[in-house]
Design a protein around this ligand. Structure first.
Ligand code: NDP
Length: 294
């Protein structure tokens, strides 16, 4: 391996520490703690783990964590009513509805019901629009976390060629917009892209957000490029019934060519919750009209 490792786990720990300090000062100034409400519908095991982690880390960062659980069979109207109640609750600064929702619920409708100024996940169309036109709003946590890692590694990104593989609303599209705003020349690749290896080979920055284990190969990477691997894929490992996590990039191959690369796990993954907490403390300052130096 010749690439430098981008240590998202350490960066996220530093970010959480700073958020915790800012949140403690906020509590003093506002006379209350900042609050994050997380809503979980159903019993999806992965979602339960995420929600537990979010709650734990919220409290560790000197904020209030409110957890709401609805059964898998709950009606959409019940969820919308809960979201409305949280919108009106002055103790709640940020609202997160854990996705995916059960199939009988319309995710876009539920996300649209969240007050854009409490939408700390940044999935509401109002925040997507704000990002598109460069107004302050909430940016989805995973791409914003990738951006923090890139700026920390590279400083000024202007003029660099960036290729984002994936065009989802929660990762690929906002990632492309953030890179555009940072004056990169951005290509968004997806399942219909022709000659993907050749497209990726042009990139100074590669962001892989595909959901296909180890798809991006070492010989797709321009020597010295910075590689951000968003993918989280569980694959079989040696040993009966064992599994392990891998990214969308073939790490061992890519690390021989890249200048810097995020590992999986320990790269982008830990950034997501840290950025969620950062977005929540920003929301709390805006709600209480207390200035925040960023
Ligand atoms: P989606 O499934 O919503 O989107 C995947 C994208 O990859 C689509 O745009 C799709 O193209 C594209 N794609 C699929 N197959 C190919 C292919 N063969 N070649 C090129 N492009 C392809 O996934 P998400 O954006 O939600 O997530 C992507 C990955 O990131 C997943 O592994 C997920 O687990 C991980 N993730 C990690 C997070 C974290 O670190 N905290 C948070 C969110 C996601 P098309 O649009 O044409 O179908």
């Amino acid at each position: 391996m010749s690439a430098d490792l981008i240590d998202g786990k350490a960066f996220a720990a530093g970010l959480r520490e700073r958020v915790g300090e800012v949140a403690a000062a906020f509590a003093k100034a506002a006379g209350r703690k900042a609050g994050l409400a997380v809503v979980l519908v159903g019993e999806d095991p992965a979602s339960q783990v995420y929600v537990r982690n979010k709650g734990r880390q919220t409290i560790a960062c000197n904020m209030e964590s409110f957890e709401y659980r609805l059964p898998a069979g709950a009606q959409e109207a019940e969820l919308l009513e809960l979201v409305e109640r949280l919108n009106r609750d002055p103790a709640v600064d940020g609202i997160l509805v854990q996705l995916p929702l059960p199939h009988h619920m319309d995710e876009l409708k539920v996300i649209a019901a969240i007050d854009p100024d409490k939408d700390v996940d940044g999935f509401n169309v109002v925040n997507a629009g704000r990002l598109a036109v460069g107004q302050p709003g909430f940016v989805p946590c995973t791409p914003l976390g990738c951006m923090m890692l890139l700026k920390d590694r590279l400083g000024d990104l202007s003029g660099l060629d960036a290729v984002v593989v994936g065009r989802s609303n929660i990762v690929g599209k906002p990632m492309a917009q953030l890179l555009t705003a940072a004056s990169c020349t951005v290509t968004v690749a997806h399942s219909r892209t022709r000659d993907l290896p050749e497209v990726v080979r042009r990139a100074d920055i590669v962001v892989a957000a595909v959901g296909r284990p180890q798809m991006v190969k070492g010989d797709w990477i321009k020597p010295g490029a910075t590689v951000i691997d968003v993918g989280i894929n569980r694959v079989p490992a040696a040993g009966e019934g064992k599994t392990r996590l891998v990214g969308d990039v073939d790490f061992d191959e890519a690390a021989k060519v890249a200048g810097a690369i995020t590992p999986v796990p320990g790269g982008v993954g830990p950034m997501t919750i840290a950025v969620l907490l950062r977005n929540t403390i920003v929301a709390a300052h805006r709600n209480e009209k207390i200035a925040l130096e960023e």
